[in-house]
Design a protein around this ligand. Structure first.
Ligand SMILES: Nc1ncnc2c1ncn2[C@@H]1O[C@H](COP(=O)(O)OP(=O)(O)O)[C@@H](O)[C@H]1O
Ligand SMILES: O=C(CO)[C@@H](O)[C@H](O)COP(=O)(O)O
Length: 598
C-alpha cells in the first residue's frame, strides 16, 4: 500500500529550530529539534541571541539558523524519515525579526551546492550578518516617529493593526541607590528598518531584499527570496490591513532619503493566498537529503499565526499560550484595532483576522509567587507547583471569604509589562463591587498565599477585559464568551490554572489542552502545508483540517468552562480590574513620566 504523503512544518523561534512532520491524516510522525544555546557551535549567544546592553540591541546571527537547518534535516534523516514522501514544506518564524540580503543573494541561493552546508555557502548573501530580534529595545525614537506620523498610536493601530511598541522613562525603577533601566521590546520591523537605514546607510543601500524570519525559512527551501506572508507582514507596522497594501505614508518615513520605491523593492510583493505554491524545493535538498522534485514550498508565517493553525479554531474559540510570556489568540471576523492589542490578517482565511495580546509577565511572574509560597511553607515538593495549585483552588474567588468581603485585586509584574505598557512593580487593591470603591491596600491579604489565586485571576481578568468585544453569546441566553478555551505551552499542564481560566474566561464547551503541548506552532505550520497541497478549489483551512481532525486523539478536556454565577461574579471583578489598571497607570504616569494608554 502506498504510504501517505508527508508535510513538514519548521518553527524557527528565538531559542530553537524545530521540524515536525505530519501525514495527510494530521498525525505527527517525526520531530527534530536544534536548541541554539545547547547545540550550536561558534556563536556567542545566550538564549539564542546576542545583547548589546549599551544600545539595548538584541539580535541573532543569521548563520546560526543556517547551521540549525542542516542539523534538523540531518536529524530527521537519522530518525528514518524518507524525504521522498514529503510533498509540502511550510514554516513558522519568530515574529518581527528581519534578514538583510545583498545583490549576491539570489545567485548564491540559486547555485547552492549539495556537497557543502548552508552555513558554508550563504553568509556571503547577507548585507548584514544579524537579524534584529523581537526583544530588541533600541528603536525608541523610531517608534515615537511611527506613532506620531498618522496622528497617534490609535491611528497607527487602525492602519497597521498595532501601534509602534515602545516605552519611555517609566521603564526605569529605583533599586536601592541605583536607577535601573528595563526597556521593553520595541519589536515591530518597520521601526527596526528605519533605525537600520539611519545607522547603516551604506549597508541599507547595498541591501537588495529584506525578509522576515518566516519568509527567510521559505527562501532557504525555494532557493530564491520568498515573498512575505499575508499574516506575518502585519507584524511590521508597514502594511495597511484594511487597504491590503503597504502604507505609503509609513513607508516614506521608514525609507527616508532612499525613497519609497526602493523600499518597496526591498520588501517585495505580498501574495494574499497563504496556501500559494511558491515553487518546488531547491535541488540542494533533493540531492543532499533525498527530497522528491515534487515537494512544494508553501508560505511560512509568524509563530503566533501558525499557533492558531494547530487546530480548526473557530472564530468564537480562544487560545491561551502559557509560556514564558502569555499570548492570547483568537480568530475573528471583526477588525477592532486598539493600541493595547494586535490585529493581523488571518494566515489562511481571507475575511478573518487574528487578534493577539502579548504579555511579558506570564510564567515567570507565577513562578515568583509559587517560590514565595514554597519558601513560606518551608516545603518545596517534587512537583513544585503542588502548593501553589492547592492554595489557589482553596482560596475563594477574588479572595472573598464572605459575600460582604472586598474583592482582592492585584497586578504582579516582576518585569516591565506590555499590556498595559508599564514599568515593573506590584500593586494590591481591595474592591467593593457594590459601591465601586477601590482602595490600594494589603488589608485583609495573607501574603503570599492569597497571591496564588490573585495572580492567575489578574492574568485571566486582563484577557477577559481585552477580548470581551470579540466574543458573542453562544445562545440560550448565555453571556458572551468563547465557545472553547484551548491552552498550550508549559503552563497548560497545570490543572488549577485551567480551572480558573474556565471560571473567568468562560467557554461553554470547556477548557482543553492540545496533546502537542509546546509544539503547537510547528504543528500549525505543518497543517498549513497539508492544506496548501491537498485543498480542493475554494476549500478553507478550517474546513479541510476540521474534516480530518480527530478530537479524541488530538485534544483533552481539562476543565469546565462557563459556570453560571461564577462567570457573572468575575464580570463584576473585570470592572474593578479595569479601574485598578487605570489608577495604577495614572499613578505611574504622575511619578515617572509618560506611559502609553492601557
Ligand atoms: N505544571 C506547571 N504549572 C504551571 N506552569 C508550568 C508548569 N510546568 C511548566 N510551567 C511553566 O511553563 C513555562 C515554560 O513554558 P514553555 O511553553 O516551554 O515556554 P516558552 O514560551 O519559553 O517556549 C515556564 O514559565 C513554567 O513556569
Ligand atoms: O514578539 C512576539 C509576538 O509579537 C513574540 O511572540 C515572537 O513571535 C517570539 O516568539 P518565540 O520565539 O518566543 O516563540
Amino acid at each position: 500500500m502506498a504510504q501517505s504523503p508527508l508535510y513538514i512544518g519548521f518553527d524557527l523561534s528565538t531559542q530553537q529550530l524545530k521540524g515536525l512532520v505530519v501525514n495527510s491524516e494530521l498525525k505527527v510522525e517525526y520531530i527534530a529539534k536544534f536548541d541554539f544555546d545547547a547545540d550550536s557551535t561558534g556563536f556567542p549567544i545566550k538564549k539564542g541571541v546576542i545583547t548589546h546592553e549599551a544600545e539595548h540591541e538584541v539580535f541573532a546571527p543569521v548563520a546560526l539558523w543556517l547551521q540549525a537547518l542542516d542539523s534538523v534535516l540531518s536529524s530527521l534523516r537519522r530518525q528514518g524519515l524518507d524525504f521522498r514522501r514529503v510533498k509540502g514544506i511550510s514554516g513558522a518564524g519568530q515574529q518581527h525579526g528581519s534578514v538583510y540580503w545583498n545583490s549576491e543573494a539570489e545567485g548564491l541561493l540559486r547555485n547552492l551546492d549539495p556537497a557543502r552546508s548552508l552555513e558554508e555557502q550563504l553568509p556571503a548573501a547577507f548585507s548584514h550578518p544579524y537579524s534584529p530580534n523581537w526583544q530588541d529595545a533600541s528603536t525608541q525614537n523610531e517608534c515615537d516617529e511611527f506613532d506620531a506620523l498618522l496622528g497617534g498610536p490609535a491611528e497607527l493601530a487602525w492602519a497597521t493593526g498595532s501601534k509602534a511598541h515602545h516605552v519611555r522613562v517609566h521603564t526605569s525603577r529605583r533599586h536601592g541607590d541605583q536607577l535601573l533601566t528595563e526597556p521593553l521590546s520595541q519589536r515591530f520591523t518597520g521601526p527596526q528598518i528605519l533605525r537600520f537605514q539611519r545607522k547603516h546607510p551604506d549597508i541599507y543601500q547595498k541591501t537588495t531584499r529584506i525578509s522576515l524570519v518566516s519568509s527567510f525559512i521559505a527562501s532557504l527551501f525555494l532557493g530564491h527570496i520568498a515573498p512575505f506572508d499575508i499574516s506575518d507582514v502585519c507584524g511590521m507596522n508597514l502594511w495597511n490591513i484594511t487597504e491590503g497594501t503597504y502604507d505609503d505614508k509609513v513607508l516614506e518615513l521608514c525609507a527616508g532619503r532612499f525613497g519609497v520605491d526602493d523600499l518597496k523593492q526591498k520588501l517585495g510583493d505580498v501574495p494574499e493566498d497563504g496556501g500559494l505554491h511558491l515553487g518546488p524545493v531547491h535541488p540542494y535538498y533533493i540531492q543532499r537529503y533525498g527530497f522528491g522534485a515534487d515537494c512544494t514550498v508553501i508560505p511560512a508565517t509568524g509563530d503566533n499565526p501558525a499557533t492558531i493553525l494547530a487546530l480548526p479554531l473557530r472564530p468564537s474559540d480562544a487560545m491561551v499560550s502559557l509560556g514564558t510570556s502569555t499570548t492570547f489568540l483568537m480568530s475573528t471576523p471583526s477588525y477592532k484595532p486598539d493600541p493595547a492589542t494586535h490585529f493581523f490578517n488571518h494566515p489562511t482565511t481571507a475575511g478573518l483576522y487574528m487578534f493577539m495580546l502579548c504579555y511579558k509577565n506570564g510564567g515567570l511572574a507565577r513562578e515568583h509567587i509559587r517560590d514565595a509560597i514554597n519558601e513560606n511553607l518551608k516545603d518545596t515538593p517534587a512537583q513544585p507547583w503542588a502548593n501553589f495549585d492547592q492554595i489557589a483552588l482553596q482560596t475563594p474567588a477574588m479572595g472573598q471569604r464572605t459575600p460582604t468581603d472586598a474583592m482582592k485585586l492585584g497586578l504582579f509584574f516582576p518585569r516591565p509589562e506590555i499590556v498595559p505598557n508599564i514599568r515593573s512593580g506590584q500593586w494590591r487593591f481591595n474592591y467593593d463591587p457594590t459601591t465601586g470603591q477601590l482602595q490600594e491596600t494589603t488589608e485583609g491579604w495573607t501574603t503570599p498565599q492569597d497571591e496564588a489565586r490573585a495572580i492567575v485571576e489578574s492574568q485571566m481578568l486582563s484577557l477577559r477585559l481585552r477580548s470581551r468585544g470579540l466574543t458573542q453569546s453562544p445562545g440560550n441566553d448565555l453571556p458572551a464568551q468563547p465557545r472553547r478555551v484551548y491552552l498550550v505551552g508549559g503552563g497548560s499542564k497545570n490543572q488549577a490554572i485551567a480551572q480558573l481560566a474556565g471560571e473567568i474566561l468562560g467557554g461553554v464547551e470547556g477548557v482543553y489542552k492540545l496533546d502537542i503541548g509546546d509544539n503547537a506552532c510547528a504543528l500549525g505550520a505543518a497543517y498549513k502545508a497539508v492544506w496548501g497541497m491537498e485543498r480542493e478549489p475554494e476549500q478553507t483551512f478550517e474546513h479541510l483540517i476540521g474534516q480530518r481532525w480527530r478530537e479524541e486523539e488530538f485534544i483533552e478536556k481539562i476543565a469546565d468552562g462557563y459556570q453560571r454565577g461564577v462567570f457573572e461574579k468575575y464580570g463584576q471583578a473585570v470592572e474593578g480590574f479595569e479601574k485598578m489598571e487605570d489608577q495604577v497607570v495614572q499613578q505611574v504616569r504622575a511619578t515617572s513620566g509618560h506611559v502609553d494608554g492601557v
